[in-house]
Design a protein around this ligand. Structure first.
Ligand SMILES: Nc1ncnc2c1ncn2[C@@H]1O[C@H](COP(=O)(O)OP(=O)(O)OP(=O)(O)O)[C@@H](O)[C@H]1O
Length: 373
């Protein structure tokens, strides 16, 4: 599998992931030989540009969180590599990785669990300032106050404890703590899933605002497509450890290619879907297969409404269109509802132009625009 890459430094990705894989051994023989393993992430490749939000979506158990932990190098991959700001962190020492973590931070779903109940908010936020020596000791209190203001909290609240805050406020504290080390990337793993809808919107707006002000990039892991649509520039859809589709957010939502993406989108209730959406609607059969023994060929073939015998041996290589929209269905351009005569659209998001300009450097050539495109 290949990925967009860029030749000029202005287009240098902040994260590059190449052929990343993670198997968890869940059973060993008495002699320690692996007897059973789960392929949580399999041959995943993508780039994240500075200031970009890439959402990772998919059903529970598809490998989203494992991917997030791999990016942070909280766990080591069994295959492939991760580059952060050009540095290959796959095999660097734990001490070197701790230094890199200044640039890449992680926010979890449950803000209460990520905060030490015995530490005040000021102590919580000052910890990474100290750890990474971001500002001299004498300026830490001032910096804590600035960070609190940046996330919409009052500096006077600095001496309170986590239990004195609401869920939304606690998530703001977690964000302030993440910002303390002045990261370039924040991985948000279901960061708003535990919050009420109105609070979710406030936190999403805060993240967008911080992105604009600080040029942050986000990897936004979520099962909630409504939230993803609101925040993402690009979306990667995962199924049983594999990325099955990746592209600009508007393309994923308006012209999904892969049957799995179509099925995920069809599951969102829409009062009166337009006809082009109805023609692409898809429903999966049966349950998610065990990740212990994923189906051969295309992993979706056991549930896909469009499956044909060839899918049992089909490869899941990503087919990349000229606009950067890529999907892993071998028969994507023969599926019902696919308009082969539609011109290849450019992504609407100007942030992505840089990324798609870099496609020339890809080893797999984009497929030719359809006739008339
Ligand atoms: N430490 C582990 N040991 C063994 N198996 C694991 C481990 N962590 C994850 N897995 C397995 O890897 C697969 C992917 O899990 P992961 O948590 O990454 O999925 P997910 O998409 O984030 O799901 P969810 O949305 O429910 O959190 C699952 O089958 C899970 O059971």
């Amino acid at each position: 599998m290949t990925q967009p890459s860029s030749s000029s430094s202005a287009q240098k990705p902040i994260i590059e992931v190449r052929g990343l894989g993670k198997n968890f051994i869940i059973k060993r023989s008495i002699l320690g030989r692996p007897l059973a393993q789960v392929g949580a992430v399999d041959d995943v490749t993508f780039s994240l540009m500075p200031g970009e939000t890439l959402a990772i979506v998919g059903e529970s158990g598809c490998g989203k969180s494992t991917l997030g932990r791999l990016l942070m190098r909280l766990i080591r991959p069994t295959a492939g590599e991760v580059l952060i700001d050009g540095e290959n962190v796959t095999n660097i020492s734990s001490a070197a990785m701790r230094r890199q973590r200044r640039h890449i931070q992680l926010i979890f779903q449950d803000p209460y669990a990520s905060l030490n109940p015995r530490m005040t908010i000021a102590q919580t936020i000052a910890e990474p300032l100290m750890l990474h020596n971001v500002v001299p000791a004498g300026q830490r209190a001032k910096r804590v106050a600035e960070l609190l203001e940046m996330v919409g909290l009052r500096p006077e609240q600095a001496n309170r404890y986590p239990h004195e805050f609401s869920g939304g406020q606690r998530q703001r504290v977690v964000i302030a703590r993440a910002l303390a080390s002045e990261p370039k990337v924040i991985i948000c793993d279901e960061a708003v899933s535990a919050l009420d809808v109105s609070i979710q919107a406030q936190i999403l707006n805060l993240l967008k605002d911080l992105q604009k002000r600080l040029g942050l990039a986000f990897v936004f892991i979520s099962h909630d497509l409504g939230v993803v649509k609101h925040i993402s520039d690009r979306v990667a859809v995962m199924y049983l450890g594999k990325v099955v589709e990746i592209g600009a957010s508007d393309m994923i939502f308006e012209t999904p290619r892969h049957p799995y993406t179509r099925a995920l989108l069809s599951a969102i209730p829409v009062a009166a879907p337009p006809s082009h959406q109805r023609s692409r609607a898809a429903q999966l059969h049966g349950d998610l297969p065990s990740p212990l023994s994923p189906p051969p060929g295309c992993r979706l073939h056991t549930r896909c409404p469009y499956a044909r015998p060839e899918c049992q041996t089909a490869s899941m290589t990503l087919h990349v269109e000229a606009n950067g929209h890529a999907n892993a269905c071998a028969f994507w351009n023969e599926l019902p509802g696919h308009d082969a005569t539609a011109p290849v659209r450019e992504p609407r998001n100007p942030k992505l132009e840089k990324l798609f300009a870099a496609f020339e450097a890809m080893a797999v050539r984009p497929v030719q625009p359809a006739a008339g495109g």
